[in-house]
Design a protein around this ligand. Structure first.
Ligand code: S3P
Length: 423
């Protein structure tokens, strides 16, 4: 009989970034419970401290003593956002409202990720932004205290673009609206509403309302990250000797596309204890081994709601009975690594047939696929490293990783959790 293990995976990265940044411009203290202490979100804390915010760490919580909406101080040094696209893009939104100089830099991966997508709208709002040729970080920002309004129609479904504009919109009296082709994750909208900022959501368009001040004097509880929980969801489906209960997972509809794919595959899972916490849907996921898995299709409509889960869903695809297809996904080439290339090259290395396109790939799955022992190139991408570690653990095949330090950017406790599950 399968053993039952219970786990609360790492806290949500998207919600942690937003909670820390928005608490910093509130009028009164905000306590953030279960903050994610990973490299990306600790870099956000450091950047906010460099802007004059006092942040106290107490066990798994942080207490933000805000400086008020207009009180960031010019940073004395360059703000290092490390590996984090969310960190640099969202903070650029806030800094666009301040008339001082800030410079934001990142690691080699972040330096190669496109920034024009935020530079263009933030510049239209009145911020002066300098950047490396082609639109790459470091970014040099000199903001404007009363930014212009904007009605922005984004070509891509990106919560980072939408949030950068909405964060900047807090420093504007004008109309601020963002429309996207497909709705991206709406944590910013949920948190704005929770903190008392007026915001209207109309299908794929969001507009700021009149109140753009945060009072504070409240708590935000960060749930477990569905993107981190996903590694153990797939481990449980693929291993025949463990059933996993994943506690307090954020099940926000704009994030939980993976559940629709699990249903498409016929995977064995249940949701329990559903509730709403600070405007986010939260629940426990109970996942069991599934013998027969159907192949899946991921297209543009579902993509934004599972964009970070493609690496681990590709591991699931290996064992589906047929060809799984991921299409309309060129954004994957602009993540922490070129994920289409990273996934396809590593799947080939372990002996799985794939077909790569510019905007997606096919995985030729087989229920009893044998996995070749080899070395995995993680491309310094945390999600590639964790996905192939799950494959190795589920099938008992030794797969050496080129590195595993990248995992600390989002899930420092990953190996401890894995050891607990497989012990
Ligand atoms: C995020 C949005 C997504 C996602 C990233 C986190 C966020 O990026 O891939 O890991 O917190 O807003 P895009 O907005 O570039 O799609």
């Amino acid at each position: 009989m399968a053993k039952i293990k219970t786990l609360r995976s790492a806290s949500d990265k998207s919600i942690s970034h937003r909670a820390a940044m928005l608490s910093s411009i509130a009028k009164h203290e905000i306590i953030i419970r279960n903050y994610l202490f990973a490299e990306d979100t600790v870099n956000t804390i450091r950047a906010l401290e460099n802007l004059g915010v006092n942040i106290e760490i107490r066990n798994s919580d942080i207490i933000v003593n805000p400086v008020g909406k207009y009180s960031f101080k010019e940073p004395q040094d360059i703000l290092d956002m490390g590996n984090s696209g969310t960190g640099i893009r969202l903070l650029s939104g806030l800094l666009s409202g301040f008339e001082f100089l800030s410079i934001l830099k990142g690691d080699d991966s972040l330096k190669s990720r496109p920034m024009m997508r935020i530079i263009e709208p933030l510049s239209k709002m009145g911020a002066k932004i300098m950047y490396r040729q082609g639109g790459y970080a470091p970014l040099v920002i000199y903001g404007k205290s009363n930014l212009n309004g904007i009605r922005y129609e984004s070509k891509i479904a990106s919560a980072q673009v939408k949030s950068a504009i909405l964060f900047a919109g807090l420093y504007s009296d004008g109309d601020v609206c963002v429309k996207e082709p497909i709705k991206s994750r709406n944590h910013t909208e949920n948190m704005f509403r929770y903190l008392g900022i007026d915001i209207e959501e109309n299908n794929t368009e969001v507009c700021l309302g009149k109140n753009r001040e945060i009072y504070g004097d409240c708590e935000i509880n960060v749930p477990a990250d569905i993107s981190s929980s996903a590694f153990f969801v797939i481990l449980s489906i693929l291993s025949d000797d463990v059933e996993i209960v994943l506690k307090d997972v954020c099940l926000n509809e704009t994030r939980s596309g993976i559940l629709h794919i699990l249903s498409q595959c016929g995977a064995n899972y249940e949701i329990d204890n559903k509730r709403v916490e600070n405007n986010e849907l939260v629940g426990d996921l109970i996942v069991k081994h599934t013998k027969e898995l159907k192949p899946f299709v991921i297209d543009k409509d579902i993509l934004p709601s599972l964009i970070d889960e493609i690496p681990i869903l590709s591991i699931l695809g290996i064992f589906c009975d047929g060809v799984s297809i991921i299409k309309d996904a060129s954004e994957l080439r602009k993540k922490e690594s070129d994920r289409i290339k990273a996934i396809c090259s590593n799947l080939s290395a372990v002996g799985v047939k794939t077909e790569e396109f510019e905007d997606g790939f096919k995985i030729y799955g087989k229920p009893n696929h044998t996995i070749r022992k080899t070395k995995i190139n993680t491309y310094n991408d945390h999600r590639i490293a964790m996905s192939f570690t799950v494959l190795s653990a589920a099938k008992g095949v030794d797969l050496a990783l080129s590195e595993n330090q990248s995992i600390k950017t989002s899930y420092p406790g990953f190996f401890d959790h894995l050891n607990y599950i497989i012990s």
